[in-house]
Design a protein around this ligand. Structure first.
Ligand code: ZN
Length: 283
């Protein structure tokens, strides 16, 4: 495989001057007509991180029909080593590989795949969201816009920082942006496999129609703080009002062992030590 070193060059002429100095060289792999095989079906069923992600997703009680394990793919360091590319091309655009996230495959309508040739023609983007919004998107078989009623009866709102009264769906070519806490809440998962508790986030991995969105700078007030090593802040947010231009094919899951577990474990050891000491004192 030939690996090219290139500079990102997307966006309008007006912002390209400002962004070029932000750009860093990216590893890029050439567009591959057989990207479905290379990108979608490299999964190691024995990976403990993937199994943990599946345990969490199983605990949600979502309908089994929403999933398709043939699109499973783990990006933990064992399954996706450090020397693999950080940036991959899909549909003539680059996206940043979601390192550290396990992708639980989602069912994709075969008619949509055939009609739009999404594995070759559509780009890859990420959509950070809550569990209830993600389940609503998958259950309704379409992305939700502000004002839509979610499956728990609540109404999807417009996040602070986005244009009021404008109904858009927001995505990003980098999960560093989509997984920011403003888009992507953290949940807790107690694992029966490890007896540990984890902080969990979810992000939808999508194929997106390349001519059906606008690009803008971040809207989280990052200022000069760069949010992604590979995509400059002024091209990190995509928005569209076209629901049918987005198809989710993976539920990305990131699990981090809760710090309070180790804190409570230390406290427990301290408690045992104090009790032993007290027992000795009162003999
Ligand atoms: Zn893995």
């Amino acid at each position: 495989m030939i690996i090219l070193i290139v500079f990102v060059d997307q966006g309008s002429e007006s912002d390209s001057k400002a962004s070029r100095q932000d750009d860093v060289p990216m590893q890029k792999i050439p567009k591959n007509k057989s990207s479905k095989q290379s990108e979608l079906t490299q999964s190691n069923p024995k990976c403990s991180y993937m199994r943990l992600a599946k345990e969490f997703v199983g605990s949600l009680g979502w309908n089994d029909a929403l999933f398709d394990p043939s699109y499973d793919k783990c990006h933990c360091l064992k399954c996706y080593p450090a020397d693999y590319p950080n940036v991959i091309e899909a549909g003539n655009a680059e996206y940043v590989v979601p390192r550290g996230w396990a992708r639980v495959g989602l069912h994709v309508d075969s008619a949509l795949i055939a009609q739009h040739d999404i594995w070759n023609e559509w780009i890859v983007t990420f959509h950070g969201t809550s569990l209830i919004a993600a389940e609503s998107i998958l259950a309704h078989r379409q992305f939700c816009l502000p004002g839509d009623k979610l499956i728990d009866g609540t109404i999807l709102g417009i996040r602070e920082g986005h244009i009021p009264n404008k109904k858009h769906i927001y995505t990003s070519p980098t999960i560093a942006y989509s997984s920011l806490p403003v888009y992507c809440p953290t949940y807790e998962h107690s694992s029966a496999k490890t007896n540990l508790t984890y902080d969990v986030q979810i992000v939808l991995q999508c194929r997106q129609r390349p001519d059906a969105f606008e690009i803008q700078r971040e809207t989280v007030g990052a200022g000069k703080q760069r949010l992604c090593r590979f995509i400059p802040n002024n091209r990190v947010e995509y928005y569209t009002e076209i629901r049918a231009s987005l198809i989710a094919y993976g539920l990305l899951v990131k699990l981090e062992e809760c710090e309070h577990d180790s804190v409570s474990f230390s406290r427990y050891i301290l408690f045992l030590f104090c009790r032993m000491y007290n027992n000795k004192l009162y003999k």
